[in-house]
Design a protein around this ligand. Structure first.
Ligand code: KIV
Length: 273
């Protein structure tokens, strides 16, 4: 089998993802924001590709995800969509694109679904977005929820520390997960919460939980692709397992190129016309 061949040719839908929970099959999700990364993820059988608003951090260089716009998300999601044959594509709805009114949420989520043609959107928040989630699902827009350390709320949290460590916040998070599940989400991301709480939430709701820094008991896992590839060197929380050291690989290649140009070893006549 060539390295480009997929290990499985299953087309993943929101229904597949829900069935995977019932079957006890773990869900593998990673982010992508561009055509080639999405192509390689799809070729090796990733279940879900998240076009995350983390694009604001790892691609655009912002400190937070707040400046990301709906147009940014559509631009990146279109590139991802062109590459993908099998994975479910989920697009993050950026800050202030869905929180204000149901009308605004419908308009912005509708744009993403219609202009890109992806499978679902992801919204951050619990109880306070449940009405919006219920309406979106009713009109045919599948929604993934996101609880715990929701980066769009960083100015309220004031820190990227583990969330829901106290009883009160833990109880609210469990309540939020049930409310979102009742509102019709097909899955929920749990970010940076204690593993014991993630286990409780996973047992309490019928839709899959997808953890990031939420321990091993979730139905699936997600990481930001730049983190797991070792491109974001300074970002080293314990929940990120690095599968490569690509920052070193890139710097090494760039150094060799510069050296070859300066020393007139590139290009040779073989590389010329
Ligand atoms: O934007 C993102 O990449 C995310 C993941 C961290 C879940 O929301």
């Amino acid at each position: 089998m060539s390295t480009a061949q997929k290990t499985s040719a299953r087309v993943v839908t929101t229904k597949t993802v829900m069935t995977m929970k019932r079957a006890g099959e773990k869900i593998a999700m990673l982010t992508a924001y561009d055509f080639l990364t999405a192509r390689y993820l799809d070729q090796v059988g990733i279940d879900i590709i998240l076009v995350g608003d983390s694009v604001g951090n790892v691609v655009q260089g912002h400190e937070t995800t707040l400046p990301v716009t709906v147009d940014d998300m559509i631009y990146h999601a279109k590139a991802v969509k062109r590459a993908v044959k099998n994975a479910l594509i989920v697009v993050d709805m950026p800050f202030m694109s869905y929180q204000n009114t149901i009308e605004e949420a419908v308009r912005n989520c509708g744009r993403v679904m219609k202009e890109v043609g992806v499978g679902a959107v992801k919204l951050e928040g619990g109880e306070y977005v449940a009405g919006i989630v219920r309406h979106l699902v009713k009109i045919g827009i599948p929604v993934m929820g996101h609880l715990g350390l929701t980066p769009q709320a960083i100015n309220r949290f004031g820190t990227y520390e583990v969330r829901a460590q106290d009883k009160h916040e833990a109880a609210q998070l469990l309540r939020d997960a049930k409310i979102l599940s009742d509102a019709g989400v097909f899955s929920v991301v749990l970010e940076k919460i204690p593993a014991g709480l993630a286990r409780k939430v996973t047992a309490a709701i019928s839709v899959p939980t997808i953890g990031i820094g939420a321990g091993p008991h979730c139905d699936g896992q997600v990481l930001v692709v730049h983190d797991m590839l070792g491109l974001t060197e300074e970002f080293r929380p314990r929940f990120v397992r690095r599968y490569s050291e690509m920052a070193d690989t890139m710097r090494g290649a760039f150094r060799r190129y510069i050296s070859d140009v300066k020393s007139k070893q590139f290009p040779t006549m073989k590389e010329s016309y």
